[in-house]
Design a protein. Structure first.
Length: 422
């Protein structure tokens, strides 16, 4: 339902699900992330229209690199422009993109690959230039019965709530899907299709809302201007900006306008809910529920501590996408947009590894590594390994940078994992 709402009208969207299809053990947000990324790529390959087909069926696999058994086979097929043979070999590599600079990070399919392999599955791709592309995902079936709990739907204490949210987006399909996700998370939602409509609605009763969530690019009045005007009517209300063009964002400028957070499209329910909760904080009901949860946790098996990875990159799109990629690979990511933010993260968290971009805004990320290493070891803990990231294609005098390793973009998920686990 969410995917159908986000597919452009000029694309014929067809879905075929076998009623006898088996069950997959996975978080719904992971499956949504896989399908939404694949569908987004398919739609972008058909700007003038075409056919997008999604199917799900059960299949027995034998004599493959996967353990023999029953699998759910998800197929996402488009009739778009296709992928050239030379690009097809690198399509899952992080930072590899066929789009012009500034229109994508090249991390979408690598995130999909990481999520699929993390679930014990595999993803294959076939494509023919000018005729279209087919992605086939295999996920292992389970005998476990599906349980529709709040947690399985993404309704955790970290993402859900009951507050009143004003949502603004001029694209009806995106507006409806965002509204649906928020309602599933428990929020009360008022939806508007324009900045003027939202401003009129808010000005009537400013105290009727707890947060405003707006698209950035809208006709006549932008999301930034709308949120600025809303803050003039009620200065303390939290405001969040949504955009699919992270490269246009300037975080300092957004803070100057009083915007609390921004979130990159396409949205997932978990990311959306977590962003909103950061702005609103915990409700009394959630604190009580969390207390109960903590008591239950004491009596159960302690959670596994995931390896903490700090990403330092001044490009918001790359930074957020790297966080998604690391999460899909099973790590616990932290993020910093500058060396100052990195120092703050190292002061507050024990970090196992640091991924630092070479050319930060007005800063040399590699040159800062020795001082960052000293700071990280100041508390007596084992210093993290420092891995450099660069898009230059070559790294001069790499030894002088005191790095434990480096990655040249685009790099593969296996190369990233190998350096982190070395």
């Amino acid at each position: 339902q969410l995917l159908r709402a986000s597919v452009p009208k000029q694309i014929d969207f067809q879905v075929s699900v076998d009623t006898e299809c088996g069950t997959v053990e996975a978080d719904p947000s992971e499956l949504y992330q896989i399908l939404s990324n694949l569908c987004t790529n398919a739609c972008q390959a058909m700007p003038a229209g075409g056919t997008l087909t999604i199917s799900a069926s059960e299949i027995m696999l034998e004599h493959t690199d996967l353990p023999a058994g029953l699998y759910v086979q998800l197929i996402v097929q488009d009739t778009g422009s296709g992928i050239s043979p030379e690009n097809l070999e690198r399509i899952f590599d992080p930072f590899f993109s066929t789009k012009p600079p500034g229109e994508g990070t090249g991390l979408g399919l690598s995130v999909v690959h990481g999520a699929v392999t993390g679930l014990g599955g595999r993803i294959d791709v076939q494509s023919q230039t000018g005729k279209g592309t087919t992605f086939v995902v295999y996920l292992p079936c389970t005998d476990k019965k599906p349980v529709l709990t709040g947690k399985s739907l993404g309704l955790t204490h970290a993402t859900s709530g009951t507050e009143r949210i004003l949502v603004v987006d001029d694209e009806q399909a995106v507006l409806e899907s965002t509204q649906f996700m928020l309602q599933q998370l428990g929020y009360q939602v008022t939806a508007c299709t324009s900045a003027n409509e939202a401003l009129t609605c808010f000005s009537r009763m400013p105290t009727n809302f707890d947060l405003v969530l707006s698209d950035m690019t809208m006709p006549r009045t932008s999301g930034v201007e709308l949120l600025r005007r809303i803050r003039e009517l009620r200065s303390e209300i939290p405001v969040v900006l949504m955009t699919g063009f992270a490269g246009l964002l300037n975080e300092k400028e957004l803070k100057r306008y009083g915007i609390n957070e921004f979130i990159i499209k396409p949205l997932t329910a978990h990311e959306l809910g977590a962003t909103i909760r950061r702005c609103l904080g915990e409700s009394s009901d959630e604190r009580g529920a969390e207390s109960v949860e903590q008591n239950e946790t004491v009596q159960s098996t302690p959670p596994v501590t995931r390896t903490a990875i700090l990403v330092i990159d001044d490009d918001a799109m790359v930074r957020n996408a790297m966080v998604q990629l690391l999460s899909s690979l099973g790590y616990r990511p932290l993020a910093a947009a500058s060396l100052d933010e990195a120092r703050e993260q190292l002061a507050n968290h024990v970090v196992n590894a640091v991924l630092v971009d070479h050319h930060l805004k007005h800063e040399d990320g590699f040159a800062a590594v020795p001082k960052l290493r000293v700071q990280a070891a100041a508390g007596g803990t084992k210093p993290p390994k420092f891995i450099g990231m660069t898009g230059s294609g070559a790294l001069e005098e790499s030894a002088s940078h005191k790095l434990d390793g480096y990655l040249i973009k685009p790099f593969s998920a296996d190369q990233l994992r190998e350096l982190l686990e070395r």
